[in-house]
Design a protein around this ligand. Structure first.
Ligand code: IMP
Length: 195
């Protein structure tokens, strides 16, 4: 069983990650961690920035940095690495409103989008594992559903004919970007005796 410190103060994220790694790793939050400015130009860079910040505080421990966001090719890749602060307030509802507004002239074929989750496992500032998960869907014309967070109410997932906010947590976990990333991490950890 590994103890992995998550470079985040988001308890929801920690719980979600712990569910995927159950039986193989415990996910812990470190009280001294404060989010660094996410100045990277890619999800990978930001995941590394987060992991390095925490690894600096606890160099002898395993740490996991994760960065995620929504990519809309019609908008040149926006909101991308700025997903959580797309609108000036950074509020989920405002971010969604701004995205709907920017997609006003987008036809069905322009509405393709995907979520990305990038994970970096580190110890002593050294990367031990890294991986990316994605899920493809499209930007809906209006919000639907009450579950989830962030852009879930306007991320339509064709195989289920529902938005992510209309899925149960279990359904979303089965197909989500974070799930895809964490399943790879789980496989890696299962092959390790010690780290
Ligand atoms: P992070 O905490 O820096 O990784 O910010 C990720 C941002 O991307 C969140 O604040 C959301 O706006 C968006 N995001 C990431 N994953 C999801 C998801 O599963 N559903 C909806 N929005 C997401």
């Amino acid at each position: 069983m590994f103890d992995i410190y998550l470079a985040s103060s988001n308890k929801h994220k920690a719980l979600e990650i712990e569910e995927f790694l159950r039986g193989i790793a415990r996910i812990l939050i470190h009280e001294k961690y404060t989010s660094p400015p996410e100045t990277g130009e890619s999800f990978r860079e930001n995941a590394i920035i987060k992991a390095k910040t925490l690894s600096h505080i606890i160099p002898e421990e395993l740490v996991l940095g994760e960065d995620s966001g929504l990519v809309v090719p019609f908008l040149g890749g926006a909101p991308g690495v700025s997903s959580h602060r797309f609108s000036s307030s950074g509020d989920d509802e405002e971010n969604i409103k701004l995205l709907i507004e920017k997609m006003r002239d987008a036809h069905d074929e322009d509405r393709k989008a995907y979520f990305v989750s990038y994970g970096v496992l580190m110890k002593g500032g050294k990367i031990l594992w890294e991986g990316e998960g994605r899920v493809y869907g499209c930007i809906d014309y209006h919000q639907q559903g009450e579950q989830g967070f962030g852009y879930d109410p306007i991320f339509y997932y064709p195989p289920f004919k529902k938005t992510f906010a209309q899925l149960s947590r279990e359904e979303k976990n089965r197909v989500s970007h974070r799930g895809a990333m964490l399943r790879q991490l789980r496989k890696f950890l299962e092959k390790q005796k010690e780290l």
